[in-house]
Design a protein around this ligand. Sequence first.
Ligand code: MYA
Length: 229
Amino acid sequence: MTATEPATGTDLLDAVADLGAALRQSLEASTSTTASAAQLREAAAGIRAATAPLAALPRPYDKLPAVDDMARAVRVFNPVVGVGSGVAVPLDLRPDPAGGGVVARAALGQRYEGPPTFLHGGISALLMDQVLGHAAIAANRWGMTVGLDVRYRRPVPLHVTVRLAGRVAAIDGRRTTVVGTIAADDAPDVALVEATAVFVSPSPEVAARYFAGVRTASGEQVSGRVGTG
Ligand SMILES: CCCCCCCCCCCCCC(=O)SCCNC(=O)CCNC(=O)[C@H](O)C(C)(C)COP(=O)(O)OP(=O)(O)OC[C@H]1O[C@@H](n2cnc3c(N)ncnc32)[C@H](O)[C@@H]1OP(=O)(O)O
């Protein structure tokens, strides 16, 4: 089991993952279709009708979903790794057998397009922030991003399996510097994107201030778990 793998195979988690997959299929279909205006309007009406019952049962944003597992850094609606998120890939990050850090493989679809047929640069930055953040967590160095430097060496092609990797490069007090790359899976040594991020673990006082109102689904405070002295 790894940091991004959901905790249990509960029925609710299965359903959350199923809806997430359906949303992602909808987004991909909507950005890669030649359907007519009438067909698009029919799809929009169907999606609105299908999701109206969900909007009628809102979860406050400071109450974590029941399917999250903060102890294992599993956030089910995270926009990069969350199996329940419509915008997530979702990346399946694993320990990197090639020597420390974390790695994931994915083929990115048209919903992430920037230049025609290539990945949007902002999406590359988003993915790297998450991958490098998980590399820090894997080294027991949870922190918030205070800096993210992204170098775009070559465009990242869509629909081609790429390898996203990150590893801790330096530790200094509450600061953790993490480096990583996006590369074609069949040419992992040729970086298309290089990134360096600095994460800082908030002090316990700052964590208490930021996360004071945040509760798990069972009502427990989370702030004590995210501060580092
Ligand atoms: C457990 C839960 C897990 C769930 C997560 C799952 C997903 C995970 C993946 C997530 C991926 C996505 C992640 C996201 O999206 S995180 C969201 C984006 N990031 C933020 O919003 C962070 C905003 N920044 C802050 O709130 C504060 O700066 C924090 C709280 C981080 C530190 O405020 P605090 O008051 O506590 O600390 P301090 O100010 O005394 O500083 C402490 C030390 O740090 C050094 N420093 C500060 N800034 C910089 C800098 N720019 N470069 C280099 N160094 C810097 C500073 O000099 C000092 O060093 P020193 O003087 O002691 O030597």
